[in-house]
Design a binder for this molecule. Structure first.
Ligand code: SIN
Length: 194
């Protein structure tokens, strides 16, 4: 089941020669920024929606009982809000290890937001990097009834902690950023009701 994308990602050098890179975080990279960054700015990427459709066998679950973590799916007209970090290229090596269970580096256009969530008038857009787990990676779990996803999250634990903490930390971070995300909040509500 485990696919280690570390080596693959080292070959995905979309920003070769750049002194800095804008990394867009939409999952744990929003609430667990345990890496060095030069600055961070709220931002969104267009045409993507956040979903708990990626299996976690290494952080929030185990190979026997995987958890579920966030990835992105294409969704026409949708905006996925998150946090963009300006990082130096050396920060990518440890991130490749952290995101090794199926996530690949991808280049995407991102739009920055102002302090109060409004689109910035100047320098609104740039090319950024995301870690994306697509449906063709072996750890991809895909869609399921929300109640089943919540059940799986409620019971999974891994070396990085409980799957529940991942979900609830993400929900809180989104609330703090005034980001509405029906999928995440519906799952968090189900977890709270248990
Ligand atoms: C991200 O946060 O941008 C990637 C998925 C994750 O690590 O949770």
């Amino acid at each position: 089941m485990l696919l280690d994308t570390t080596v693959l990602n080292q070959q995905r050098n979309f920003f070769d020669g750049h002194e800095d890179i804008w990394l867009f975080g939409y999952g744990s990279l929003i609430w667990k920024a345990d890496f060095e960054y030069l600055e961070r700015r709220p931002a969104y990427i267009a045409g993507w929606a956040r979903r708990f459709w990626q299996g976690s066998h290494d952080h929030r679950g185990t190979p026997e009982a995987p958890g579920r973590v966030a990835t992105l799916i294409r969704a026409q007209g949708a905006l996925c809000h998150g946090m963009a970090y300006r990082i130096t290229p050396d920060v990518l090596a440890p991130l490749d290890v952290r995101e090794k269970n199926g996530y690949l580096r991808e280049k995407v256009p991102l739009t920055f937001l102002g302090e109060r969530g409004e689109a910035q008038k100047s320098k609104t857009q740039t090319e950024g990097l995301i870690y994306l787990a697509t449906e063709d990676n072996p750890a991809f779990l895909g869609d399921a009834p929300l109640e089943d996803i919540a059940h799986q999250i409620a019971h999974a634990h891994g070396p990085s902690g409980s799957n529940k903490a991942y979900l609830l930390n993400l929900a809180q971070a989104l609330r703090d950023l005034c980001i509405d995300d029906e999928h995440v909040f519906s799952l968090a509500d189900r977890i709270h009701k248990r």
